[in-house]
Ligand binder design. Sequence first.
Ligand SMILES: Cc1cc2nc3c(=O)[nH]c(=O)nc-3n(C[C@H](O)[C@H](O)[C@H](O)COP(=O)(O)OP(=O)(O)OC[C@H]3O[C@@H](n4cnc5c(N)ncnc54)[C@H](O)[C@@H]3O)c2cc1C
Length: 434
Amino acid sequence: MSDGLYDVAIIGGGPAGSTAATLLAQAGRRVVVLEREKFPRFHIGESLLPFSTTTFDRLGVRAEMDRTFMPKYGGEIVAGCGTREAKFYFKNGFRSERDRAYQVTRSEFDQLLLNNSRAKGAEVREETTVQKIMLQEDRIRLEMAMPDGAEATLEARYLLDCSGRQTVVGNFLQLKKSYEHLQKFSIFAHFENVDRPNGIDGTLIRMVRGLDRWFWMIPLTPTRMSVGVVMDTVSFRALKLSPEAALEKCVNEQPLVAERMTKAERVTPVYSAGDYSYRNVRLYGERWLLAGDAAGFIDPVFSSGVYLAVMSGEKAADTLDQVLRDPFHKRKLLRTYERGINSVMNLYVRFVSSWYSGKEFMEVFMNPTDILQIAPAVNALLAGNAGQSFAVRWRMWLFYFFVRAQRFIPFSPRLSLVPAKADEVAPEIAPIPA
Ligand SMILES: Cc1cc2nc3c(=O)[nH]c(=O)nc-3n(C[C@H](O)[C@H](O)[C@H](O)COP(=O)(O)OP(=O)(O)OC[C@H]3O[C@@H](n4cnc5c(N)ncnc54)[C@H](O)[C@@H]3O)c2cc1C
């Protein structure tokens, strides 16, 4: 099959790939998306951040998103011992301009974005798996397996790898480096009839943090909830249980989750994911660029994955459009892209590492203070405000300072994070100050 030369070929039609494809097509580029699955397909990563909204506006999907998905006004984090919980609302974030994000069923969200790419002029080929990459001086050549099993090739000036955790280019060029201290394992499924509060609080992501594991509860529709648990990979192996049995055991051991699931009915298979948190040592080459999870995957404890995918897909599209217009400045443009994406990923790696470093993160987080507006700055990062504003950055430094200091001097009350027996304690609620 001969297709002529594309400007950009994109591997993967998830949020990173479809965002980039739409923007490149809108810029008049000849772009093709190669997606190995037939959409809709199940995917995890359902809780979004408000700072993606400007990109959704650029893609022209905001109105449809508003019609289709649940709003998300913030989150709540509960100490696994049941003695403290903190709610945060995006409207109270530092210099907040957005009060909400979305909780999405990914099969529908990804399909909406990919259909939009098609409608805006990108060519989308589903059930097409990229099997081999050949890098040439002035183009890239891809070998693909087609829906009927036949093989085909395609050529493009540039390749954008948005293949998610498959990291097609990262594996091919051996660029992938794991974060050893973030090797986690997660188990999750969708349930109907999980209890939740009424009103705005019923839209919050709920996270329950135990000593050696944490849970998420994400409301996806008025009746459906995504429930998952994350633990060290070694802890999962030590359980010697199937994912189904391990999820059931973990839920039963945590009353703060179990009490909401007494009437729950599981409506999907139990899924699991390992291979957590890695980065590629380079995000660009002469003819290729990486975006989304294909660039790096940061443990999604703060729901940063789709935000990073959409943000890097957008920046990659803008960068490639500029490179095609102004090849003379290619190196500089690609370097700027890499630096920008790495600096945002660094912010989340630090935040996530702090969460896992011990109980101190929870002890400080559960005692939000209005001093110097540190709590609103943390809230801003939780909303995806990674714009490197110095005002947010220095407040985050102070937050990390308090977390470290808490190890030696208990400024905030200590927490055990060990589940209490039922009826033992009622949590003290600490809303994060505006
Ligand atoms: C347990 C868990 C919980 C998470 N929770 C959240 C959350 O609450 N909020 C959040 O924002 N993020 C979350 N994430 C992260 C989120 O899932 C990802 O960051 C996000 O999906 C990345 O989007 P992407 O477009 O880069 O990759 P993907 O969405 O994975 O898309 C990649 C696409 O590439 C295709 N592909 C792969 N290989 C090939 C190939 N060879 N040829 C053709 N196509 C190919 C795949 O089929 C896929 O459709 C979570 C992740 C995990 C593991």
